[in-house]
Design a protein. Structure first.
Length: 304
């Protein structure tokens, strides 16, 4: 057998995505190139790795076993590369971070210079909702998590990054003439919610309950971008983090409705398990954040 690391990587991605098309997109290769490599890889085995039924690709039991072995080989290669860089005095390894969906607007800025400075560091950044973020932290599958609502059942440590401000927003169709409105305005404004498990959803519901507001729940959507587009289209209003709507406010596609008691304020926190055993990469990143966070905030966010 003469299969290559490149073929192992492609086959592993095909198994992960259950699709040649999706694998090619992920690997930034053409679909024919991926298909050719799969065929060349398959030709080295007497047993089928995949089969196509009704235009859908399925991985055979034998193919699944080969995929597991391929992952182990690819991981060993990564470990060799990391050890080589370490012996050359370079920081190397994998940094794993889970981020709540709105946090995607800030986390890249806290990572950018660190990743550029350390070529040997590989980043795995998982962007999802609050429930999944906390779940990944609890299972210890990540080094850090970025949240705006702290978990109440985990023993954690944290570093506060920056303030999170949430406002009631709508599109430009309706005119709001007053300088400030009472919270009673919620009785006539249909609200668009994030899905259950979202930190923004939790903050909205806590605010509504605390103020005993007679809200009109219009709909529920599963991402911050979906909520934003629904508000822009005039389907309703929503309470949204300022960090995620800066461009839309600048271009006039969204407006903040001035309401007494707003903005709702919380903090973005990088959290980790209290007894977490840090890798060299994770510890270096934590030290970098402690040293550089004020500079990053001033440079990237102070004007907003």
């Amino acid at each position: 057998m003469h299969y290559t690391l490149h073929q192992l990587q492609i086959f592993s991605k095909i198994v992960e995505k259950q699709s040649i098309t999706k694998a090619s997109e992920e690997l930034h290769l053409t679909q024919p190139a991926v298909s050719i490599q799969l065929r060349n890889f398959q030709n080295q085995f007497p047993i089928p790795l995949t089969e196509v039924i009704g235009r859908k690709l399925y991985v055979t039991d034998f193919g699944k076993e080969i995929a597991i072995a391929a992952e182990k080989i690819l991981q060993e290669v990564k470990d060799i590369n990391h050890k080589t860089l370490a012996y050359q005095g370079q920081l190397s390894g994998v940094l794993k971070i889970s981020v709540v969906s709105t946090g995607k607007y800030i986390m890249p800025y806290f990572l950018s210079d660190f990743i550029k400075e350390h070529d040997g560091v590989e980043l795995i950044l998982d962007v999802t909702n609050k429930s999944q973020v906390i779940n990944s932290l609890e299972k210890n599958t990540v080094d850090f998590s970025l949240v705006s609502v702290l978990p109440d059942k985990l023993q954690i440590e944290k570093i506060e990054l920056m303030e999170n401000q949430l406002y009631l927003v709508g599109n430009k169709d309706e005119k709001f003439e007053k300088d400030i409105y009472d919270k009673s305005i919620f009785a006539r404004l249909p609200l668009i919610y994030r899905e259950q498990g979202s930190g923004t959803r939790y903050t909205m519901e806590r605010f509504v309950e605390k103020n005993n507001l007679p809200v009109r729940k219009k709909m529920e959507l599963t991402s911050n971008e979906a909520v934003k587009q629904a508000v822009i289209a005039g389907l309703g209003y929503s309470i949204m983090p300022l960090i995620g709507i800066r461009n839309e406010l600048k271009t006039g596609r969204l407006q903040i409705i001035p309401i007494k008691g707003f903005p709702i304020k919380s903090n973005w926190n990088m959290i980790w398990l209290r007894d977490k055993k840090f890798s060299l990469v994770a510890r270096a990143f934590l030290e970098y954040l402690k040293k550089e966070k004020s500079i990053i905030i001033k440079k990237r966010f102070e004007s907003y």
